[in-house]
Design a binder for this molecule. Sequence first.
Ligand code: V47
Ligand code: SF4
Length: 359
Amino acid sequence: METPGILREIARKIVARERISGEEGVILFSQGGLGFLGMLADYVRKVKNGDNASYIRNFHIEPTNICVNKCRFCSYSHHFSATQWELTIDQILEKVRVQEPDVNELHITGAVHPDRDIYYYGDLLVRIKAERPLLHLKAYSAVELDYMIGKSGMSIREGLEYLKSCGLASIPGGGAEIFDETVRREICGMKSSAKTWLAIHETAHELGIPSNATMLYGHMETYAQRIDHLEQLRQLQDRTGGFNAFIPLKFHSGNNAMSAIAGVSVVEDMKMYAVSRIYLDNFPHLKAYWPALGRKLAQISLSFGVDDLDGTINDSTRIYSLAGAEDQNPVMTVSQMIAMITETKRIPVERDSFYNNIN
Ligand code: V47
Ligand code: SF4
């Protein structure tokens, strides 16, 4: 079957490095075949990142799962999980001490605990830095930041300046979910608004704190709502240039209030990666977070626009195992990471948190 004219015209624009419109993004989702989208996303990926595929030696700390919010897709918070925890600073420091000396990044994110404040989280950063001065601290999603900064009476700028002075080096992409107000209200109505999420990231970028962005997809959102989300990120990135990576996060239905939703097919997963790579023409990196996507699909996603596989993780996160992901104890050795990348004929590159090659 011949490729319809509209798809040929969109392909021409992509190859010419012209920006595609929102309407064209929706057409790619609804009419683009998997091979067609994969080929175009792979082209964009190659222009941006050559044949490198990066990874980082990292680990996560999830300080608590006790949460003031009750997102319906969440299997992790104390509302749905059979376990409940709130680590002390000493318990967290112990988790830092046992890491190998060559680990480069610590990702800290958790639930929004009602009794903890910005000084607790600032002190935590200071004490981790005292223990491991070279560790990059990528910490606190915009939703956690919104709560702790709001409670302190500081402005977003003052709160972020304070945390930066404590050692905050970048911000993870969590809490974005889906920006569309109707769906956001339905799946996580108690959570910070899309406007607040975007304002926190914009202010962080202005202060020289880079960040990532995510999208929770594969639940009840439409293609147009996905594109609206990508469009808002693309506009913010045009203003600041502060985003490092975009990370699509596939909805997992285990043990949460949205378990009746079956989730989308593998074809839809790869379309999501491909269209993200094409649409976010100003984002340097597209990340497949393998503990969420699964190892095999993360490897396949390298042919659908992805150039980064996140990290070694060292069995330090529970967000996805509690939601039923295939890896119940996510850990990837560097040699497994290298083998996975090499098999796809790409060049494995160990990176730091700013995407510098440190091989
Ligand atoms: O915001 C929670 C998601 C996010 C489910 O910035 C779920 O490098 C699917 O943002 N099904 C937190 N997703 C994790 C996150 C992240 C992970 C890895 C790297 C980075 C980065 C950021 O996890 C939440 C939410 O969107 N999530 N529950 C679920 N059932
Ligand atoms: Fe709380 Fe985050 Fe779970 Fe929402 S997704 S209930 S904010 S831990």
